[in-house]
Design a protein around this ligand. Sequence first.
Ligand SMILES: [Fe+2]
Length: 280
Amino acid sequence: MREGYDAISINSGTVFHSKQIAAAVNYQGISYMPQYEDDAHVVKRDWRNLTPEEINRLQPNGKQNDYNTVYLGDIPEKLKANFQQLTLGDSKNRDEVMAKLSADAEKTKELSVNLNAFLSTLSKNKPFQFHCIGVNFPNIEMVACDTTKLPSGFKPQDVKYMGMHNDGTTQMTIHSAHKVGNRISINLGNDSRGFFFVNLSMIQAINMLKQKMDIKKNNVNIANIPGFFFEHFPDYPVIKVQQKPYQYYIAPTDNCFHDGSTLGNTTLDITMVYFGGFQY
Ligand SMILES: [Fe+2]
């Protein structure tokens, strides 16, 4: 197996959310069964290693760039030490994470210098910008959710997870989603986390859908394409990348179906996310 590919596995596709029993979430005295949005599709659990042929098929057509490649790597040792000093992974909730990030101005300063230097080396053709600190409970199979629709003071059990999705916003279309760059997400928790993705661009996905349905009549767009795609292609495999603590992934999350996972974890999931045009 080629170097690095032991971090990835493949499955036999996706199922409509109601067809697979979700794992219960139970953390810090809060327990609930995850709910999904109406058209959500979730990953099947028959993960296996990739064959050499599948690894070959995952290589990009032509040169690697910021919209056709998913990267996995380790952050520099110095930066890792900066983060480790903050012991973010021992936090029980978002407030603790944020408090630890800003508790010591000197340490924060040093960290941000090293972080900016690191991101600059990966940022090729677009400026990068901070997006968010993501915090998820452990043992959530598909973590993405849109909490902006919920009233303030919502409870974790009120969240509806969206399943496999693309991040595209109303400012982009299926045909422009590859132009907006990508994201880097650094795992700052104590547990490994999963990153799921489908190796198709939005344009490839819509071209496949065209063979199955009338995309004009059904008004297939950047927001509803995942529901249609997974309904028509339930057997299209998903790739899972195992992202260890202090590893990063880079992915064009506007241009591919994806999600994150904390299934099997026991500690708080913490990620730091920047937008840009990252590659190496
Ligand atoms: Fe996403």
